[in-house]
Design a protein around this ligand. Structure first.
Ligand code: GPW
Length: 824
């Protein structure tokens, strides 16, 4: 890039100029007149117009990044769950009101156009959404950074229900074109796979030559990541796989046309579809291909395009931190070693010395089954040189452990990067921990348990490596955009500084005692419910229980999250009403809202969905309830739906077994939108409760030590079933087929048997305490004024959960990088 490139002239921010730009896009990009344009034409023209306004800033940011060569955060993540882009881009560019006015002038309803956008669902859940919040905050905080990931052609599947059962449909999100990306096929990078290694001719000692037997091109697609009205636009670079010409030419020359096309399909499969397992990796070869594919392309891109030519890689630690979002990108560690040794001719020790200073690892789980492990057979077949490097890293590491703990072979075996049983395999979390200069958990409790349990041997050896950064969420998307009513109220009270400095919400605290403020808060909550009701009605005839309580449990379907405990509560209330134990009039009108996708191969999770739908169907159709209880389970929960649901919620369900949810981030979004939490002492719930105060949080259940002790002493769920009459009645009602038209088989038997015989996440043990807490919820909700006081306090005291704060913590504790001083 030429430093002397003249800056592009910024565009005029007026309604007239916006209209001109918009019509130009419609005519010259879409090739239509206004009166013949479809909604999709108008949406694309609008998106491109908005993009043009950000373009100057983007170019400027890129130019400065190149000339400054400041320390950069490269966030490596297999998932970025971005959510819709239009509104957020308009907000960042400060075009929201101009665009609305301009379109109104043309007789176009901007709301309609918003409905056209298909969100890029390039993530499964919390982990992918966290990455999206982080790049938003990095840009807003003026941190030089770049996100690297995969441009999946199909995002997380579209969930449908057929007879209450989940049926997955492909998420063809690109079908109408994506105006937010810019492809650069000319900058494609080659990525190699397979083959074998041999002794290198010359080169450094230990260098090997890798003779791969196939390769694909990684084509970069750039996305803008605009900061909030600060003139910075960072880049998210997602890679798409493309077959190489050389590859199929060879086969063409051999005259096998069909084989050539097949080969092409094979190569392009790499970025075809996201794996839909959340917290339960399947160890499939294609997934390892995806991981190496994006990581190899990203390192190559950084080293050759972001760094200037001939940059001395000895300085790399001052120039970049590659943040590893879970273990998915950990193959970057041997890749960098390979580059330094085999390509740059460094010796092993020098390469390892630098490698250990440029990677940091974020762990997002406490479940052992969520830790990725790659069989060496598979790894060696796909990446033979990387496997050799991993073995050598492990040999040296194991020596180090032996030196530190002489005679402790059990410890050596526990810590080894290479496991021997059940098959020889590489433990990616161990590799990440050995190579990373920092390892962080994602909430205080999680980081503590990482150091005391999951990675205890490592934390004993290197206590200074371990740190915590509690997750956060971007207040731009999840308050300012998704809750315009509340945003307006807050801004009226304290100004709009909170949007980039969320601690300012504490200034709302005195207003919790202001009756007029509470009344307006309630009014906003009810209009958010009306908005939600409209969306749910469109999405499949779903009704809310009048203007009653909205009680929401939205997250991936997973046993540890305990949707089954929520279901037991609902069934228990219903059973109580049916049996006359609970007078209908005493029940608070409430809608239980679920949103949850199950991994397609996760049978128990799918059965749980089926059962929730069966219970919902029964309750929703039961006229004797007079509409007091409703179960709403809209299919295909995604970011778009979250943005409508969360602002309408009164109660946030965060009911995982203590010690299992690393953090949670939905919990933060709800609190910031004035929902009260009913939750266990788990993940970030612990920090939420501490900040909002016990009296504004409904705590229940065992804490982590109690849960661990019960598990260790031998847990017998049948004892809870036998000794708690309400629990038994609820479970028996399910088993009787009351919700399944008399059918007692299938999901009914299997869930009943599992809960009463195994119940790995001890839902039955927490049932009584959960019911008691729900009783407190009902009592509290009866006093609407007191409830809204608590809700306002939840908002006022949750500023800590901004992802801006998380990013500042990463900067201080891990990256040692600084935001660019805009005034310098
Ligand atoms: F298992 N998380 C997720 F750690 O969404 F890899 N997907 C995953 O595959 C994993 C974790 C993994 C979530 C955690 O479950 C959640 O507690 C946390 O808030 C979120 O990651 C972001 O840190």
């Amino acid at each position: 890039m030429n430093e002397n490139t003249p800056p592009v002239a910024a565009r005029e921010h007026t309604v007239e100029s916006f209209t001109r730009e918009f019509l130009r896009e419609l005519n010259f990009s879409q090739g239509v007149d206004l009166d013949r344009a479809s909604d999709n034409d108008k949406y694309l023209a609008l998106a491109k117009t908005v993009r043009h306004y950000l373009m100057t800033r983007w170019l400027e940011t890129l130019r400065n990044q190149y000339t400054d060569q400041a320390k950069t955060v490269a966030y490596l993540s297999a998932e970025f769950l971005l959510g819709p882009q239009l509104e957020n881009s308009m907000l960042a560019a400060n075009l929201d009101s101009i665009a609305a006015e301009s379109l109104r002038g043309l007789g176009i309803d901007i709301e309609e156009l918003r409905g056209v956008e298909i969100e890029p669902g390039l993530g499964n859940g919390g982990l992918g959404r966290l990455a999206a919040c982080f790049i938003d905050s990095l840009a807003t905080l003026n941190v030089p950074s770049i996100g690297y990931g995969i441009r999946y052609e199909y995002g997380i599947f579209r969930q449908t229900f057929v007879d209450g059962k989940q049926v997955e449909k492909p998420d063809d999100w690109l079908r109408l074109g994506s105006p937010w990306e810019i492809a650069h096929p000319e900058n494609a990078v080659e990525v190699h796979f397979g083959g074998h290694t041999k002794k290198a001719h010359g080169g450094a000692e230990g260098a090997r030559a890798w003779l791969p037997d196939w390769h694909v091109m990684a084509v970069p697609y750039n996305y803008m990541v605009p900061g909030y009205r600060n003139g910075r636009v960072n880049t998210l670079r997602l890679w798409s796989a493309k077959a190489t010409r050389a590859f199929d030419l060879q086969i063409f020359n051999e005259g096998d046309y069909e084989e050539a096309v097949r080969a092409q399909t094979f190569a392009e499969n790499i970025s075809k579809v996201i794996y839909p397992e959340d917290s339960t990796p399947q160890g499939k070869e294609l997934r390892l291909q995806q991981q190496y594919f994006f990581v190899a392309a990203s390192l190559r891109d950084f080293l050759t395009n972001v760094l200037p030519p001939d940059y001395p890689l000895e300085n790399l630690p001052n120039r970049v931190t590659w943040q590893l979002n879970d273990t998915h990108p950990v193959i970057a560690v041997p890749e960098l070693m390979r580059i330094l040794i085999d390509e740059r001719g460094w010796d092993w020790d020098k390469a390892w010395g630098i490698t250990q200073q440029v990677f940091a690892y974020t762990c997002h789980t406490l479940l052992p089954e969520a830790l990725e492990v790659w069989p060496t057979d598979l790894l060696g077949k796909l990446l033979p040189r990387h496997l050799e490097i991993i073995y050598q890293i492990n040999d040296e590491f194991v020596d180090q452990v032996r030196a530190a703990y002489p005679g402790d072979e059990l410890r050596v075996r526990r810590m080894s990067i290479v496991a021997e049983h059940p098959v020889r395999a590489v433990r990616m979390a161990h590799l990440a921990t050995v190579a990373g200069f920092k390892v962080n958990g994602v909430a205080a409790l999680h980081s503590k348990l990482l150091a005391e349990k999951l990675l205890v041997d490592f934390a004993q050896m290197w206590p200074e490596k371990f740190t915590n950064v509690t997750n956060g969420i971007t207040p731009r998307r999840f308050v300012r955009l998704s809750n315009p009513g509340l945003s307006g109220l807050i801004t009226e009270a304290i100004g709009d500084g909170w949007i980039t400095d969320l601690d300012q919400l504490s200034r709302l605290e005195p207003l919790a005692d202001d009756a007029e403020f509470r009344r307006r808060f309630r009014e906003i909550k009810s209009s958010n419910k009306v908005r939600l009701a409209g969306v749910l009605a469109k999405r499949g005839d779903i009704e809310l229980a009048g203007d009653g309580m909205v009680d929401a449990m939205v997250k991936r379907l997973h046993e540890y999250k305990r949707q089954s405990l929520k279901l037991l509560h609902i069934v228990s209330v219903y059973e109580g009403i049916c049996s006359g134990r609970i007078p209908l009039d005493s029940v608070t009108p409430r809608t239980f809202v679920f949103g949850a996708k199950a991994a397609p191969g996760y049978v128990r999770a799918k059965e749980t969905i089926e059962l929730i739908n069966a219970v919902g169907r029964t309750i929703n159709a039961d006229a004797s309830l007079k509409g007091r209880l409703k179960v709403a389970f809209p299919a295909n929960y995604n970011v778009t739906l979250a943005e409508v649901l969360i602002p309408a919620a009164d109660l946030s369900e965060q009911i995982s077994l203590a010690g299992k949810e690393a953090s949670g981030t939905g919990n933060m979004k709800f609190a910031l939108n004035g929902a009260l939490t009913i939750g266990t002492d788990d993940g970030a719930n612990v920090e939420i409760r501490k900040l909002v105060g016990d009296e504004n949080f409904f705590l229940f259940g065992m804490d982590e030590p109690a849960a661990a002790a019960l598990q260790a002493s031998g847990y017998h769920p049948d004892e809870f079933y036998e000794s708690d009459a309400d629990l038994k009645a609820a479970l028996d009602m399910i088993a009787s087929g009351a919700f399944t038209g008399g059918d007692q088989g299938g999901a009914v038997t299997s869930i009943f048997a599992d809960l009463t015989e195994h119940d790995r996440f001890m839902a039955l043990a927490d049932f009584r305490s959960y019911l008691d807490a729900q009783a407190k919820v009902e009592a509290a909700y009866a006093d609407q004024d007191a409830w809204s006081r608590s809700a306002v306090l939840n908002v006022a005291r949750s500023g800590f959960f901004s992802s801006d704060r998380s990013i500042r913590d990463y900067l201080d504790r891990i990256w040692k990088a600084k935001p660019i001083d805009q005034n310098a």
